[in-house]
Design a protein around this ligand. Structure first.
Ligand SMILES: [Zn+2]
Length: 264
């Protein structure tokens, strides 16, 4: 069972965080401000915010690339036979290479679709095995989710992805420290299409085109939970590609944008 269904609360957090969050610096913090007067206790107990983690681990935790006229399109929650083939068709038609963040349990179910993503020249990253909210999990659970997915990916396409995108963009310091030590890069985004909310083509287009800039990493989806509808994403994609090319942008993969190897 895909965990979107089991985690409506997480989706709400995701929605709250994502709303009004472009650029990423405007993103709401995941923890409420403390009202306690005992600051010493709070200082110890309060986890670091994503913004703090981003600054402290800037070499590992990425939200965008260098300020050149390049953009990386990224698609999460793949493979999904309802939507992934259609997204791939559009990218192929327009000669765009993108980065797909794979959920291990789905790749296991739809191996041919993961092979197709790879065969068509796109890059694969790790998006966990069961799509949990990582910041609530231990470092060991995090490691298991990453490694379980890696096994599936390596078996199907032959490499171990360097790039991890945590579900909902959430991760804690212990997990980041482990990822850094292993040589992974954690890749979030600075442009959110919010397309998982089943938005119309026009809304998806607006969310991307009004926020994008040099070095942007754009979050879209090519898979979803039960009942999700990514028609808007698929229909908006040709216009987004054309418009950004007219503005002088080139589409690159995450390893090309960040000047990193795709594999560990
Ligand atoms: Zn996801």
């Amino acid at each position: 069972m895909f965990n979107f269904i089991k985690a409506p609360f997480a989706m709400l957090i995701c929605l709250a965080l994502a709303t009004g969050m472009a650029p990423i610096s405007a993103r709401a913090l995941p923890y409420p401000e403390s009202t306690s007067s005992d600051q010493s206790v709070i200082a110890e107990a309060k986890p670091m915010t994503l913004g703090e983690l981003r600054r402290k681990y800037s070499e590992t935790f990425k939200f965008n690339g260098p300020e050149v006229k390049q953009i990386a399109l990224t698609f999460d929650d793949v493979p999904d036979p309802r939507f992934t083939p259609k997204v791939l068709d559009v990218l192929k038609k327009h000669g765009v290479k993108a980065t797909f963040f794979v959920v291990g349990s789905r790749a296991k179910k739809h191996p041919e679709l993961l092979r197709r993503i790879h065969r068509e020249g796109h890059i694969v990253g790790n998006h966990s095995y069961s799509h949990p909210l990582f910041k609530k999990k231990s470092a060991l659970e995090f490691k298991n989710e990453i490694e379980r997915t890696e096994k599936v990916i390596v078996k199907l396409i032959g490499y171990k992805p360097r790039f991890i995108r945590p579900p909902y963009g959430e991760i804690n310091e212990e997990q980041l420290r482990w990822a850094k030590k292993q040589g992974y890069k954690i890749v979030n985004w600075n442009v959110d299409s919010l397309d998982w909310k089943a938005l119309s083509k026009e809304k998806v287009k607006h969310n991307v085109l009004s926020a994008v800039g040099p070095g942007s990493i754009v979050l879209q989806h090519a898979g979803g939970g039960d009942g999700s509808n990514l028609t808007g994403t698929i229909e908006a994609l040709p216009d987004i590609i054309r418009t950004l090319r007219n503005r002088g942008y080139h589409f690159v993969t995450i390893p090309d944008l960040l000047h990193e190897q795709k594999a560990l």
